[in-house]
Design a protein around this ligand. Structure first.
Ligand SMILES: [Zn+2]
Ligand SMILES: [Zn+2]
Length: 369
């Protein structure tokens, strides 16, 4: 392994790529996107620079979804591709773009030192971005509040986390899929009826064979296109308000990191179909009706499948506590949080013991009173 910690990393973007760096007009320092605004600010001199909004026509052109099947069959035109230089984490596999000025880096997802330069990657260009709304201070407050509410956490945790809560602002890659689905199903409808009376009254179910059809339009079904965070984890950060989507503009990324996608379009579509299937099964149950439902067969056809590649904002803090890493993530648009936490087994044990004593005491009282 080569040690690159003392040397500047290669430029964040390779040939043809866009540099996510914007020098301040007043002092030349790097501007940084200001969460919640359509502007970048200079942390050095305070200068503010507006991000000019696109006109309606170019907005909708930039955000127009690609046809899924042609993208799966052949590479997209060169205009939809970008070449980026990323570092990949040897521990969790995240591929994160780093600023050229960064001299040493730690994986923002698992706090592992990152030294592997995997070179340039050809990627589908992001089309849309949900800009950050929450500032780092907001994320820190959310973290402090979450810590306070934790039961059975080790005593030292709060103190430790306060000292070490460095947050990274990351744009996480997503695929957003549109599709029209039409599903034929067969199954059974269960209806309750009762036999007997009084104490012998029993509930029984009468099953009737049914079949039918449901259809649904899926609009921007989201699939995280990376594996750096567990999927159930990021689903807990939903919903996202897609109305705030902006056409991709590197000025929104200035001062933040963008993670490259490591789940390709094909596998992403597969995950999307599984999520669609869950929702369609709920539709089928509603369509069957009755008190209980059985689904024997379900045959879905998809049409008008389209996709967009989007970047969604999260604040993440990876902290190591007693040699294990834990993560805390915040939806940087809505403030919804999800965290991993250590447990104090001594505290849990004491609580169980206390509960046992209370129950034991109660039994003692009722037995011998
Ligand atoms: Zn400045
Ligand atoms: Zn990592």
């Amino acid at each position: 392994m080569t040690d690159t910690a003392d040397q500047p990393l290669p430029p964040a973007n390779g040939a043809g790529g866009t540099e996510h760096r914007f020098p301040c007009a007043q002092c030349g320092a790097n501007l940084r996107y200001a969460p919640g605004q359509t502007a970048m600010t200079c942390s050095h001199c305070g200068h503010e620079q507006d991000i000019p909004g696109a006109c309606e026509e170019s907005r909708s052109a930039a955000l127009a979804a690609h046809d899924l099947h042609s993208a799966l069959a052949a590479p997209l035109p060169e205009a939809d591709i970008e070449e980026t230089r990323v570092l990949s984490c040897p521990n969790c596999g995240a591929q994160v773009e780093f600023d050229a000025a960064v001299h040493s880096a730690e994986c923002p997802f698992c706090a592992t030192p990152v030294v592997t330069d995997t070179g340039a990657h050809r990627h589908i260009k992001p089309q849309g971005v949900l800009p950050f709304r929450l500032r780092e201070e907001d994320a820190k407050q959310a973290f402090a509040k979450w810590l306070k509410g934790l039961w059975f956490a080790p005593n030292g945790l709060a103190r430790f986390a306060r000292r070490d809560n460095r947050f990274s602002g990351i744009y996480v890659p997503y695929w957003a899929f549109d599709a029209d689905t039409d599903s034929r199903y067969s199954g059974e409808r269960g209806t309750y009826y009762y036999t007997g009376s009084g104490r012998n009254r029993r509930r029984r179910i009468r099953w009737t064979r049914v079949s039918g059809r449901v259809s649904r339009r899926f609009d921007q079904l989201l699939v995280m296109a990376a594996q750096s965070l567990p999927r159930r984890y990021v689903r807990a950060l939903e919903p996202w308000h897609m109305a705030e989507l902006e056409p991709y503009d590197p000025q929104f990324i200035a001062g933040f990191r963008a993670e490259g996608y490591t789940v390709d379009l094909g596998p992403g579509w597969k995950i999307a179909q599984e999520r669609m299937d869950e929702i369609i099964r709920q539709d089928v149950r509603r369509s069957i009706g009755g008190d209980q439902q059985r689904i024997h067969s379900l045959d879905t056809t998809h049409a008008n499948e389209r996709f967009r590649h989007l970047l969604l904002p999260i604040w993440v803090a990876a902290y190591r506590y007693r040699d294990r890493s834990f993560r805390f993530v915040v939806n940087a648009q809505t403030g919804r949080v999800r965290g991993e936490r250590p447990w104090s087994w001594i505290k849990v044990g004491l609580a169980v013991l206390a509960a046992a004593l209370v129950i034991g005491g109660f039994i003692y009282l009722t037995e011998f009173a």
